[in-house]
Design a protein around this ligand. Structure first.
Ligand SMILES: Cc1ncc(COP(=O)(O)O)c(C=O)c1O
Length: 430
């Protein structure tokens, strides 16, 4: 889990007399970045002695050197842009629909609008956030399979024409409140190999999907295609092959029924680096396109990809402060390290220790020992890492800072509004 800190030159920025807001950052919600269309020049920090994290950009380092109030997330929008451009290069045949749920910050959405991205939304508020930053409603997908009828109607009124479903009742709601729209059916697929599986909650069997897409056609909707999600942080690109084979069979079966599908939604699942090496996005692109070409012959359908974690993850560093270091008994070899970020103010994905953020500290290089890492609330569930072998410097004490890397996705909004009085994590967009 640990990453070793590099020591670098202190960045040459003025240290402000107070912590917030700090110069150089957009604190969300706020005005949009003026730089949103500029091509990013990613310069990674590379020299000692300021402690930094692998993959940390100079912008991030300069900002964090001002010691912003913790806990906070710092996101470099140039990394988002770089991720977007690399995905477009790896999968040029696919339209990118950014999964807004991963990080719906307005500066981030605005940067993606400037780049020409489309958006996968889970709710009406997410639709409105996209529209607020100038997204075209025709480039939005209402991708949640669980929607209230009035939200479908409101989305339709705003110009949204692409809707997901996986059940008959949902299809009927869409036919009634978004007549004539394009619909796609979500297939249930295996999430083997995913670090954050999306379980049985979404999708239906291929047999049911065939019936429902036929019904969509009868209801006057445009039976546009099929979607799937191979599970988040999917480390095996081969899982797309498996899912695509099911989709191709469905295309063939429906063609025989007189329903011609045109779109395959490849979902999310592309990984972000959490310390363990992940395959480059090009490897995923090559594998997916080989499967599409093999399974669909010369007739490549419209392709959509919905990256969330991939787009935001490595763009963000979460800075926290140590509140307490203790042992439950003098004989204990493991210390408890309590920090000011926990399960309820941004680190929900430590559930089951599924997502293991690499950690660097200001005392890296000192001798280290095993710890249980926990959050600040009075709830005993608020433990981040107990079983996954977390080790931190023995010299660590209250007031020291810790950095959790690749924390730009599924953190800021994955927080309670104020459990135990702790606010969601403050975020800065650079
Ligand atoms: C419909 C849909 N698309 C895309 C995503 C993004 O997935 P990931 O963050 O793994 O890229 C999700 C995540 O839950 C989702 O529900």
């Amino acid at each position: 889990m640990r990453s070793h800190a590099l020591r670098v030159e202190p960045p040459s920025v003025a240290v402000p007399s107070c912590c917030a807001p700090l110069p150089g950052a957009l604190v969300e919600p706020t005005a949009l970045s003026d730089e949103r269309c500029a091509a990013p020049t990613l310069s990674l920090v590379s020299a000692p002695p300021q402690w930094v994290a692998p993959g940390m950009t100079e912008k991030m380092a300069a900002f964090l050197a001002q010691e912003p109030e913790t806990p906070c997330l710092v996101v470099d929008l140039d990394v988002i842009e770089d991720n977007y451009r690399r995905l477009r290069g790896a999968l040029p045949a696919a339209e990118v629909y950014y999964a807004v749920k991963a990080n719906p910050a307005l500066p981030l959405l605005a940067r993606l609008v400037g780049l020409g991205s489309s958006f996968d939304t889970a709710s009406l508020p997410e639709i409105d956030m996209c529209l607020d930053v100038g997204a075209d409603p025709a480039r939005l997908s209402f991708g949640n399979t669980i929607k209230k009828a009035r939200d479908i109607a409101a989305a339709y009124e705003r110009g949204v024409r692409l809707f997901a479903f996986d059940a008959e009742e949902e299809l009927e709601k869409i036919a009634r409140h978004a007549p004539g729209s394009q619909v796609f059916c979500r297939l249930f697929v295996d999430n083997k190999g995913a670090q954050w599986p999306l379980s049985r909650k979404f999708g239906c069997s291929a047999t049911m999907a065939r019936d429902l897409l036929r019904k969509a056609d009868r209801l006057g909707l445009d039976a546009h295609g099929v979607s799937f999600h191979v599970g988040s942080q999917q480390n095996d690109p081969g899982q797309w092959d498996v899912a695509l084979a099911q989709v191709a069979d469905l295309f063939t079966a429906l063609a025989a029924d007189g329903v011609s599908l045109g779109m395959v939604n490849l979902g999310g699942g592309l990984p972000t680096p959490y310390g363990a090496p992940v395959m480059d996005v090009n490897a995923y692109g090559t594998r997916v396109m080989a499967a599409v070409e093999r399974l669909f012959g010369g007739q490549t359908p419209r392709l959509i990809v919905e990256p969330g974690r991939y787009m935001g993850g490595n763009a963000g560093i979460l800075e926290t402060e140590v509140v307490l270091v203790s042992r439950k008994d003098d004989a204990d070899d493991r210390r408890w390290v309590y920090i000011d970020a926990g399960r309820f103010n941004g680190l929900a994905e430590t559930e089951g220790e599924a997502i293991r953020y690499p950690i660097v500290t200001s005392r890296d290089g000192d001798p280290e020992g095993p710890v249980i890492l926990a959050g600040p609330t009075c709830d005993s569930v608020d433990i981040l890492y107990d079983k996954s072998g977390c080790r931190l410097p023995l010299s660590l004490k209250a007031g020291d800072r810790l950095r959790l890397l690749s924390a730009g996705a599924y953190t800021t909004t994955y927080a309670s509004v104020g459990f135990n009085g702790f606010a969601p994590i403050r975020a800065h967009y650079l």
